[in-house]
Design a protein around this ligand. Sequence first.
Ligand SMILES: [Ca+2]
Ligand SMILES: [Ca+2]
Ligand SMILES: [Ca+2]
Length: 445
Amino acid sequence: MSLLQRGAMGAAAILIAVGMTAPAASAARTDGVLVQHDDGRITVEHRTAVSGVTGFAQRTTRRSGVRFAEPNHRYAAAAAPTDPLFTEQWSLADDTVMGAGPAWDQTVGGDVTVAVIDSGVDASHPDLAQNIWTNPSEIPGNGIDDDANGFVDDTSGWNFVANSPNAGDDNGHGTHVAGILGAKGGNGIGVAGVAWNVKIMPIKVLDASAIGSASTLALGIRYAVANGAKIINLSVSGPGYSRAFEEAVQLASDSGVLVVGAAGNDGRSVDEAPVYPAAFQAPLMLAVSATAPGGGLSPVSNYGAGHVEIAAPGQDIVSTATGGGYERRTGTSMATPHVAGGLVLLAAARPDLGPAGWREALLSTARRGLPVATGSLNLSGALQRALGVSYKSTLKPRGASLKRTACALRKAKALSSATRKRNRGELFLRAAKCTSSVGGASLGL
Ligand SMILES: [Ca+2]
Ligand SMILES: [Ca+2]
Ligand SMILES: [Ca+2]
C-alpha cells in the first residue's frame, strides 16, 4: 500500500477522484504540486527538478484557470503505533526483524478468535480488555448454562484448574503471552500486540506456579475447539507423552483449528529428546523456537528440523503484566504468540485461504538459517504471499546471524544441563517460559 493510499482519507480520495495512480512509497515529503482549478478539478503536476517545489507552486497559482497550487504533501502511515513502550518492542519496532510495519500496512488483525491456553489472562488489563473474547450466548452470573455448552456462566473462557468461569491469571505467564499476541495497538497505551485486533479466549489450565497437567490441557483444547477458536496458543512444554493431550491436539487439527505450541526451553533438539506438544504430528500443529535480538536462536530455546516448524522472537520481550503493568520475559512461550499473532493477521487479510493456507503462507516465507524446519517468522513476506502482491524484502540476509546461532547453540548446551538438573522431579508440564541473560549466567523457570 502506498503512503498516499494509507494516508489521510481526504487526500487519498482526491487523488483517486482525478484518476491518479498512487506513486510508489518513498521518503519524499511531497509528491509534486497539487493544482486546484477554478472548475473544481484537482490535478497533480510534476517537474523534473527536485528542488523548488514551493516556487513551482507559486508560479502555477498565477496561471489562468488555477484557483491555487500547493506542494502535494504526503501523510504518515495510519498504522504507526502510538503505544509508548513500542520502541522497546524489538521484535516489532524494527522492520528488519519480522517486517511488522509493512505487514500492518495490509492489516492489523480482526475478528479472529485465539484461545490462550495458559495460566489465565488478566482480562481487565487496559491494553487487553478490548480484545477479549466473549461468549455472546451466555448470560453472566445467573447460574445457568445458557448456551448449553456444558459450562455454566462461561462468558469469557473457562478455568479448568478451579473448574470455574473465572479465567483470571494468578501467575502472569498467560497475560504476558496474550499481550504479545494481541495487546491493543495504536491506543496510546503500553505495547502493541502482533495483532492489534483479535478475540482472545482465556482458558486457564496452568496453576499459580504456571504448571498444569495433561488432563486440564486436553479439556482446555476441547473447550477452545467447541467454542469457536480458530487458533490455539499453547505456550507450554513437557517431556511426558500423553495420549489424551495428543488426541485433543489431533481433534483441533481435524476441526481446522491451528495449534501453535512452544518448542520448550531446554536448549536441546526436540528430534533427540521429544517434548510435547512440540513433538505431536497433527497436520495443523506448529512448534515454535525462540530467537534473540540479532536473529540467532535464543540460548534457552529447543530446536530441531524434524519437529519444530518455525522460530520467532522470544528473548527479552516486553508485554502485559497482571494488574495493568508491563514486564519482560524470555522463552519459547514468548515466541509462540508471535506466530499465533501472525496467523491472526493472515486470517484477517485472507479468511478464504483457511488454516492450511495461513500455515503455508507463514512457513513458505520464513527466512532460512536456523535449526528448525523452515526459519524465522517473516510477517510482511507471509502477508504479501497470502495477498499475492509482489514484494520487495526489507529483511536482512540470514547469513550474518549463522555465527551467532552456532554461539547460541554452544551456550544452549551449557544451559541445558543446568536446566535438566533443576527440572529433575518436577511435575509433568511447565509453562515454557524462563528468564535468562544472553551471557548464560541465570536461568530461572
Ligand atoms: Ca455455557
Ligand atoms: Ca449463564
Ligand atoms: Ca497498546
